[in-house]
Write a new protein. Sequence first.
Length: 453
Amino acid sequence: MSGSTPAETQERKRRFLKHLATSRDLRQAASKTGISEATYYKWLQSDRQFASQALKVRPPRLNPKKRKQRFLACLRKLGAPMAAAAKAGVHPSATYYWRQKDPAFALAMREAKASAPKPEFVSPTRRKAQRKAQRNFLKHLSKVGRPYVAAKRAGIHPVTYFAWCKADPEFARRAAEIRSRVRPIPKKFNGRRSSGRPRGTGSITERANGYRIDYRKNGKRVSEYLQGVSKQKAAERLRDMLIQYPPEVGPAHFGHVPTVETLLNPRPLTPPERSTLPRKRGHAEGSIRYLGNSCSIYWYDAQRKRHNENLGAVSREEAERILAQRTAPLREAREKENEALRQARAAIRQQVATKTAVSSGSRPKAETATAGMSRRGRPPLDSEMKRKDQEAAATLTLEEWSKNRDAICYPLGTFERFGSWHKAYEDRNNREGLSIRKSQAAKAFKNRNHPLK
């Protein structure tokens, strides 16, 4: 290294070889010595004595074939792949990779594992500890009913449980009996049973001389110890605090404070069966969603603003009733809009009927404007109007044909919402339908003027 004396360099080399012999990791040894890996390779090229010492401390890496042979030799002695990989200096993931990519190695690995000596004797101390761990696991399994959760609570790996079931038939029988008898807890609670209380309703905990109630006050958790009182009094006190200090979440935030009986005996809310629910709700009817221990309703007001409200643990009928009250203003506004739209359509039909009567030369009468309407509310078409429309469809472009229909007061029909044929043409989504109608009219005009007819 530049700026270092030969004595300091030799000291660095000695310390580097010491760390390399301990860790067998080049990067770790260089970091502890305070040098870079490039310095190590420079020393190898410039100092032959250092290179020989480093080769003794860190032997060269074997090729994959020799590493496989060393691993198989260790596996024949130990019988466990993980222990054999550690003994041979091979990473366990490398053995799995070889087994997947090399069928010959996978066969040799199975043969080596089968030829390994089986342990004939297990010490009484180890057997006693295993029996104790099995009893602890079965104890937790009888509470939760799920092997993975019970293994986590017992402090063992799930693979250990499956190994016990494979090696010990009696343990496997007892575990299967417990799993068939105990109802497993839901997965979504991650090993915990539901308390049955909605969010924001606090809790009641029994103590030695009374009860403790927990609730939220101005966003902070508050605990009160009530000594010498019954659980009924503690529930009444908790309900008063929920009314005085409404929480920021849950049904109590919206004024639905639970009763004393609900606080004393909280029960999880069971949603109704899917088959009993309505298939599809309208936009003005809102929706009902079931949470863990409560249900919430979502609706829009007359100004189209979205709202939500947590009702707590209420029945389906009560939630439907409250939702109907909340959505009543929007339904009334929708009825008014629909009525205004129906009146506007009737006025347009009356105006079209009047224009048609004027163009045909007859006198516009109110009583005859709607008398000749078809079942769809469209005015009848005279032969002259049909002829002009068909002639324009055969000779004009789509835009000019739409303007011609407005000029001859051709009935709009399904395009009444646009007010005119040209406005319907300006909407690109309608041009395909208009082109189909134009081609039909042009075809009728050609058939009408065919020389054979």
